[in-house]
Design a protein around this ligand. Structure first.
Ligand SMILES: [Zn+2]
Length: 241
């Protein structure tokens, strides 16, 4: 039995006992569905582009807005439900369309600090990475990058403080695992891109061949005059990095 059949069967059996639900509105949906039709129609696919310093490419599935935020909250708050599957599957489509998937060797989730992971019980970026792995047939490199100290929430800081906040916050314990590898670095939401940029630089310093940054959701472009006054962002009750 191949991985796809195995996963399909598991989802169908699970669906029999615990019906699959839309991660936005909680309506019951089919075992292999991602969102209900109504929510699906409201979600805004990310069609623009964004750059992360030193990254060879980027991809995002949705614009981060009020319509998608319940799914992201579900993913972050421990009631995972169908959120990782729905968001991961949409991101896998973008990674295939953009040509990034075929260039990559490994998927690396943005890590949480071990004490944050203990509190939450899991790393939401890892859940997305695992879905991407199933869809794209690439291995997940959990632990390839670790978060070596806790940091403040990035969204409350200006650009200067964001960079200071993340200084030496990440580490690659075993450089041989990234040497000459093309890596998809994955996170749930990309806001300013500071975290993805920091980890990208670190992977390249440790010998990675190329790093592609992927996020399920990308916040709308920030205003140039004051990047802390984006109304959409402020109204989202998010812990986005
Ligand atoms: Zn729905």
């Amino acid at each position: 039995m191949n991985v796809d059949m195995d996963k399909t069967l598991k989802r169908r059996i699970l669906h029999f006992f615990f019906p699959n639900r839309c991660p936005v509105c909680d309506a019951v949906i089919g075992a292999m569905d991602t969102f209900c039709d109504e929510c699906s129609g409201k979600l805004q696919p990310f069609t623009g582009s964004f750059t992360i310093k030193d990254a060879a490419g980027t991809a995002a599935a949705f614009v981060y807005d009020r319509n998608i935020s319940p799914a992201v909250m579900l993913l972050k708050n421990g009631v995972c439900g169908n959120a990782a599957y729905a968001l991961g599957k949409a991101l896998a489509v973008k990674l295939r369309e953009s040509g990034i998937a075929e260039k990559a060797d490994i998927i690396v989730p943005v890590p949480l600090h071990k004490s944050d992971k203990r509190i939450r019980g899991y790393n939401q970026a890892f859940l997305i990475a695992r879905e991407l792995s199933d869809e794209l047939g690439l291995p997940v490199g959990e632990g390839i990058v670790i978060k070596s100290r806790r940091t403040h929430q990035q969204k409350r800081l200006n650009r200067h403080l964001r960079l200071i906040n993340l200084k030496d916050a990440f580490a690659v314990p075993e450089a041989s695992l990234v040497w000459d590898k093309s890596i998809i670095l994955v996170d749930d939401v990309c806001t300013t891109g500071t975290t993805l940029g920091k980890v990208t630089s670190l992977l390249l310093e440790n010998g990675a061949k190329a790093v592609y940054c992927a996020a399920c959701c990308k916040t709308p472009a920030l205003k140039k005059t004051s990047d802390e006054e984006n109304p959409v962002q402020q109204n989202l009750t998010s812990t986005a990095k």
